[in-house]
Design a protein around this ligand. Structure first.
Ligand code: FE2
Length: 177
């Protein structure tokens, strides 16, 4: 019991000194760190959700356009996955904390999973197109917060991520016309 208490105290004081150290890195106020972390972690959860859905559809694709769609979704999944590390590291660079688990992603994601056993090819493409459009919208909202907080590095990265989301959305839209 005594050991347990000492351990708890050590963890507690470790937490306090860590919090004190990470409080005001790069001049961001605790309020800004909180707001930036919140929008960035929600985006990160969306990117993981969209990554897995894009891979899910890449794996379960069928129909006459199998090869084209299968390859297109693989390209898009690679691009989406690469961004996850940039987002998480931006949160750490500004002094915040980021996602720790699949459960954490599930609590924050706004892009819905699709666990259906069968989804027709055009349904997959249309759903991903809508998801990428929704992601671009969330990125625009996040851009407002990062500019307001003076986080120029994240703001400029988000501008690139918006272009990429719009490009994915465009490819998916044109593929089904
Ligand atoms: Fe593959």
């Amino acid at each position: 019991m005594a050991n347990h208490t000492r351990q708890e105290m050590a963890t507690q004081s470790g937490r306090e000194s860590k919090a004190a150290k990470s409080g005001n890195r790069d001049g961001f106020s605790p309020e800004h760190v909180k707001n930036l972390s919140s929008v960035l972690n929600a985006l990160l959860a969306d990117y993981f959700a969209l990554y897995l859905k894009t891979k899910n559809f890449h794996w379960h694709m069928s129909g006459p356009h199998f090869r084209d769609y299968h390859l297109l979704l693989d390209e898009q999944a690679d691009q989406i996955f690469k961004i996850t590390d940039d987002i998480a590291e931006r949160v750490r660079k500004i002094g915040g904390e980021t996602i720790r688990s699949i459960g954490h992603i599930a609590r924050l994601q706004r892009i819905a999973d699709n666990d259906y056993e069968f989804v027709p090819a055009h349904g997959m493409i249309e759903e991903l197109q809508a998801d990428n459009q929704a992601l671009a919208h969330s990125l625009r909202s996040a851009h407002e917060v990062t500019s307001r907080c003076g986080d120029y590095a994240t703001t400029s990265l988000i501008e690139v991520w918006i272009d990429e989301a719009e490009r994915r959305s465009w490819f998916l839209f044109e593929a089904t016309r």
